[in-house]
Ligand binder design. Structure first.
Ligand SMILES: [Zn+2]
Length: 284
C-alpha cells in the first residue's frame, strides 16, 4: 500500500472536496496552535532546521539526507489513528505500541514520531512521554489521517480549504497532550500530496517529510520479510517509514530488534530527521 504512495507523491492529482469528509474534518479548534516554529516559547533553543519553501510559498519536501556525509539513517514511526477509531480503541484495539517504544529506548535508537492529533488525544500520557524525551522528536501527521489528495488508498479527504486548519488542529492536540515542542515537520497521510496540498500547508512553515525506504510494516505478518526490506533499502542518509500502531503494524517491534544491531554492525548511526535536514544543502 505504502509503495503506491511513492508513485503518487509528486503527481498533480486534484483534491476533490467531498461533503462527507467536510462534515467530519471541517471543524477547527480555537485557539490554534499556530505555526510551530515561530510560536516556540523558548528563546534559547535554536529553531529546528527546515528547508526553504518552494515556489509560491509551497511547503518544501524532504525525502532523504545527503548520501555522502557518512552512514546515518533516520527511523520514522507514524502514529496513525483516524477519527472513527475511538470505539475500536475503547473496545481494546491497540493503536499504540508501548513495547516498540520501550525497545527503541532500550536500544537507544533516536527516532522521529509522526503523530496524528487523534492519537495524541487517545494516548496523551504516551504523547507527553515521547514529546519530553530527547531521544525522540514528535512531528505532525495530520489530525485524523485524512488524505490531502483525492486518491489516496480510499482515505476520506480533507478539502483544500481545510488542509491548513487540519494541520493546526493536530498541533493543538499535540500541545494539549503535553508535547512541548512539536517539530515543524509534516507527513502527509499515506504520503499523498500534490502542488495544491503543498501550497495549502506552506504558510505553516512546515517541511513535508517523505521517505526513501518503505519498511512494508503496514499490515505485515512476516517480520523477517520486513526486516529484509529495511536492510536492503537503507543507504547513507535514508529515511525509513514504519508505524507505531500495533493493530496495523504488529511486527514492527520485532523488526527493530532485528535491524538495529545489523545496521550498527554495518556502521550506521541512528539519527532523527532534524539532523538529516540540518545536513541538507539549503536548509534554514
Ligand atoms: Zn500514516
Amino acid at each position: 500500500m505504502i509503495r503506491l504512495a511513492r508513485r503518487l507523491a509528486g503527481t498533480t492529482a486534484v483534491c476533490v472536496a467531498l461533503g462527507a469528509a467536510l462534515a467530519a474534518c471541517g471543524t477547527t479548534e480555537a485557539p490554534h496552535a499556530g505555526p510551530p516554529a515561530p510560536s516556540r516559547p523558548s528563546s534559547s533553543a535554536t529553531p529546528p532546521p527546515t528547508l526553504a519553501p518552494g515556489p509560491g510559498g509551497a511547503a518544501p519536501v524532504f525525502m532523504n539526507g545527503p548520501r555522502t556525509l557518512g552512514k546515518t539513517v533516520a527511523f520514522t514511526f507514524d502514529a496513525d489513528m483516524t477519527a472513527d477509531q475511538g470505539p475500536r480503541a475503547a473496545a481494546g484495539e491497540h493503536f499504540d505500541n508501548p513495547a516498540l517504544i520501550a525497545t527503541l529506548r532500550r536500544l537507544k535508537v533516536p527516532a522521529t514520531i509522526f503523530m496524528t492529533g487523534r492519537w495524541a488525544d487517545e494516548y496523551p500520557d504516551q504523547a507527553r512521554s515521547l514529546g519530553r524525551d530527547p531521544q525522540f522528536e514528535v512531528a505532525n501527521h495530520s489530525y485524523s489521517h485524512y488524505a490531502f489528495t483525492g486518491d489516496c488508498y480510499g482515505l476520506p479527504t480533507v478539502s483544500a480549504a481545510n488542509m491548513k486548519s487540519d494541520v493546526e488542529r493536530a498541533y493543538a492536540a499535540l500541545l494539549r497532550a503535553g508535547v512541548p515542542h512539536p517539530m515543524p515537520y509534516f507527513r502527509f497521510p499515506g504520503g499523498c500530496y500534490d502542488r495544491q496540498a503543498l501550497r495549502a500547508v506552506g504558510p505553516l512553515g512546515v517541511t513535508a517529510v517523505q521517505w526513501d525506504v518503505v519498511s512494508g510494516d503496514a499490515f505485515a505478518t512476516d517480520a523477517d520479510a520486513v526486516a529484509k526490506q529495511v536492510l536492503d533499502g537503507v543507504k547513507p542518509g535514508s529515511v525509513v517509514v514504519m508505524h507505531c500502531t500495533r493493530s496495523a503494524a504488529p511486527t514492527t517491534e520485532q523488526v527493530v530488534r532485528t535491524v538495529v544491531p545489523e545496521l550498527r554492525k554495518q556502521g550506521f548511526r541512528f539519527v532523527k530527521v532534524s539532523e538529516l535536514i540540518g545536513e541538507t544543502p539549503g536548509h534554514r
